[in-house]
Design a protein around this ligand. Structure first.
Ligand SMILES: *[C@@H]1O[C@H](CO)[C@@H](O)[C@H](O)[C@H]1NC(C)=O
Ligand SMILES: *[C@@H]1O[C@H](CO)[C@@H](O)[C@H](O)[C@H]1NC(C)=O
Ligand SMILES: *[C@@H]1O[C@H](CO)[C@@H](O)[C@H](O)[C@H]1NC(C)=O
Ligand SMILES: *[C@@H]1O[C@H](CO)[C@@H](O)[C@H](O)[C@H]1NC(C)=O
Ligand SMILES: *[C@@H]1O[C@H](CO)[C@@H](O)[C@H](O)[C@H]1NC(C)=O
Ligand SMILES: *[C@@H]1O[C@H](CO)[C@@H](O)[C@H](O)[C@H]1NC(C)=O
Length: 634
């Protein structure tokens, strides 16, 4: 090697070295500019040869030198570096920045690997270096063809001399063409030209790419016609679906996407291990977004839930049974202590009256008809007639006894006023007896379900004994399933002692249409599955997830969502005029009294029979003893 060659190589070495230092500085500034926790993973780097002048400079040492220098430089700003592409823990994903250099041959394998493992998705960031886009066309078109979609953060940095020019690349969808936006440049200092640092703020223009929504029809096929028109007609059918579509459509407009729709006849449950309905549409990529649906654990495998658009709950809806059905209203006005006190007072009054009448009898000698005859029976009769607020022809003739009766009447008058006032309220009061699922399961009330698709599935979601016992009442083992149309079911709710399981909104609408104001007062609901509210499902791993999330939040914050709710949905009916109506008292309300009368009749008949029997026995005994006497006398 002559001296000139040596000097030449030395010069190249220097300039190559300067170039590498430049690259390292660029990477460092790039990471610092992002201001994010970063874990750099590099792959497909071949920094052992200089492609600057096309001179190969292949000592293994040098490559290690440059990468070592990169690692050391980055460690000074607190960035970890590694060469392993295998993700270790998904909790670190948000920090990962992948680095590759298209000038190196291995980078093709790296990109193919990343595409197959979907490593261009959100949270992963990419920095791709290239010297000449023309020379590396095949690799770039590999990227262009791959799923570098709206959620990918890929920066292509092109070397121009000692400078770098950065562009961002993404495609709005697999059918869309690549959109390139400038990211900034590096000329020794780093200049960032992004209008917004937030990724999804920069991705809000989908350039008319279609996003498909799957709409669930449960009530009527007329929804196919009215939903796309958004004409708010026939809102009694699938109003939740229509509200969700209206909100979603505004969201699609906000991101300049074309709204497309398909229809599905089921929310989506596993049938023989396969998803069906809307969830299947999402899973098989026929749609990206769905109608609000309830969160079930198994759905988490295939969808992610975003925002709540229309509140949707599946509930048992019923009118609380009247109090008289669940408790003895004639006992309720007073507490047990008061009843005991009344009994004790009555006993004391009887005893004192009895004593007073005894004394009276001794003093007056001649007893009249209306006077107490000094026996306990008369005293008891007098107190009982006072307790029941009835008159009695017997009365004491002298002051002590009369004082007793006076005190008794006064005390009982106050009690009676309180009692009768209370009874009137209690006879009309709805009970508050059913407030939880176990109470509903124990109540003597018909359990049924709205005759729509989801009710065939939700009852099978839980295997708990309480839930299965309720399912067996709605779907009896042998016999017809208790499924009613909405109108029929709500009419039965109105008549009482009937609970209908349904999505609440259509039932509320029907209640508002058919119930009297006072009939709305005692409407109660019990949640069968005790789930969360319903949320909008998006396919798991969909590139649009974050965009949809953001626009849904904006729709909610701007108040559009609540406007949509008010236009499409009916909330739980409230009664304004509580207790103003007359409610008739039926036989059921009087049941305890009737039962008491029956007992009384039974007891009196038994006593009559007993008396007759005793009388007959006595007569026979007397007769036989007379006969014996006569025999003996004879
Ligand atoms: C890109 O995709 C199209 C159609 O899928 C295919 O014809 C073409 O060969 C692909 N290009 C590359 C570079 O893979
Ligand atoms: C892509 O475009 C073609 C033709 O325009 C169309 O047939 C196909 O359904 C589109 N694919 C997607 C996923 O949109
Ligand atoms: C880099 O470019 C910026 C903006 O054009 C300029 O202000 C700055 O002076 C340049 N830095 C160098 C070192 O050339
Ligand atoms: C929305 O997308 C269309 C392409 O469908 C495009 O022509 C238009 O410029 C976009 N609108 C905005 C505001 O960028
Ligand atoms: C609604 O349309 C679907 C498919 O077109 C059909 O299977 C279903 O029976 C229709 N339902 C009613 C109530 O007409
Ligand atoms: C629900 O479970 C019952 C009993 O296990 C079964 O007979 C019925 O077919 C199931 N329904 C559905 C829709 O899977």
């Amino acid at each position: 090697m002559n001296i000139f060659t040596f000097i030449f190589l030395l010069l190249i070495h220097k300039s190559v070295y300067a170039k590498d230092a430049n690259t390292i500085n660029f990477i460092k500034l790039f990471i610092q500019n992002d201001q994010k926790p970063t874990h750099l993973i590099y792959g497909g780097l071949c920094w052992k040869k200089s492609n600057y002048l096309g001179v190969h400079y292949n000592t293994g040492l040098r490559m290690n030198d440059i990468i070592n220098k990169l690692v050391v430089e980055l460690s000074t700003i607190g960035v970890r570096t590694s060469a392993s592409f295998k993700p270790k823990s998904k909790y670190q994903d948000h920090a990962i920045l992948y680095l590759t250099d298209l000038d190196c041959a291995q980078s093709k394998a790296i990109i193919s690997y990343a595409l197959s493992k979907e490593l261009f998705q959100f949270t992963y960031r990419w920095l791709v270096l290239v010297t000449s886009k023309q020379l590396q066309q095949s690799k770039i078109s590999l990227l262009m063809n791959g799923s570098v979609l709206v959620d990918s953060d890929l920066v292509l940095a092109e070397r121009v001399g000692n400078h770098f020019k950065m562009v961002e690349m993404h495609r709005p969808g697999l059918n869309g063409s690549m959109i390139t936006t400038p990211r900034g440049f590096y000329n020794g200092s780093f200049v960032d030209v992004r209008p917004h640092r937030e990724l999804y703020r920069r991705r809000r223009n989908m350039m008319g790419h279609p996003i498909t929504m799957s709409n669930v029809i449960q009530d009527s096929n007329s929804t196919r016609e009215h939903l796309p028109k958004e004409d708010r007609l026939e809102l009694q059918y699938d109003s939740i679906t229509k509200a969700c579509w209206s909100a979603a459509k505004i969201g699609f407009e906000m991101i300049n996407a074309t709204a497309k729709y398909i229809f599905s006849y089921r929310y989506g449950y596993k049938v023989d291990g396969q998803w069906s309905g809307m969830i299947a549409d999402l899973y098989s990529n026929k749609a990206d977004v769905g109608t609000n649906c309830v969160i079930f654990r198994d759905r988490f495998d295939v969808v992610t839930y975003t925002d709540l658009v229309a509140p949707m709950r599946m509930l048992f809806i019923f009118r609380q049974p009247p109090l008289a059905y669940v408790a003895n209203v004639f006992y309720l006005p007073f507490s047990t202590r008061v009843w005991v006190t009344i009994a004790v007072c009555t006993a004391i009054a009887t005893v004192t009256l009895y004593l007073a009448s005894k004394v009276e009898l001794v003093l007056t000698k001649a007893s009249t008809q209306q006077q107490l005859d000094g026996g306990i029976c008369d005293a008891l009769l007098l107190t009982m007639s006072a307790v029941t607020q009835q008159g009695c022809y017997l009365e004491p003739r002298r002051a002590p006894g009369r004082m007793m009766v006076f005190v008794l009447f006064t005390a009982l008058m106050a009690l009676y006023a309180a009692y009768s006032a209370n009874i009137v309220v209690l006879l009309q009061a709805p009970s508050d007896s059913i407030r939880s699922l176990p109470q509903l399961a124990n109540a003597k009330i018909t359990l049924a379900a709205n005759d729509v698709d989801y009710n065939h599935f939700v009852f099978n979601q839980s295997k708990e004994p309480l839930h299965t016992s309720i399912r067996d009442r709605v779907f009896p083992e042998n016999g017809k399933a208790r499924l009613y149309s909405l109108a029929d079911g709500v009419e039965r709710i109105r008549k009482g002692l009937f609970a209908l399981h349904s999505v609440a909104e259509p039932v509320y609408r029907q209640i508002e249409a058919t119930f009297l104001e006072s009939e709305k007062c005692d409407i109660a609901t019990v949640d069968y599955l005790v789930t969360f509210d319903s949320f909008t499902p998006v396919r798991k791993g969909s590139p649009y997830l974050e965009l949809i999330r953001v626009v849904h939040k904006q729709i909610r914050e701007s108040g559009i969502q609540s406007a949509i709710r008010k236009r499409f949905l009916v909330s739980k009916p409230h009664c304004t005029t509580k207790m103003s109506s007359f409610s008739s008292v039926g036989l059921m309300d009087m049941r305890p009294v009737l039962i008491l009368m029956l007992y009384g009749v039974a007891v009196s008949v038994t006593i009559v029979i007993g008396e007759i029997a005793v009388y007959k026995l006595m007569n026979r005994y007397k007769r036989s003893s007379k006969v014996q006497l006569i025999k003996v006398m004879k």
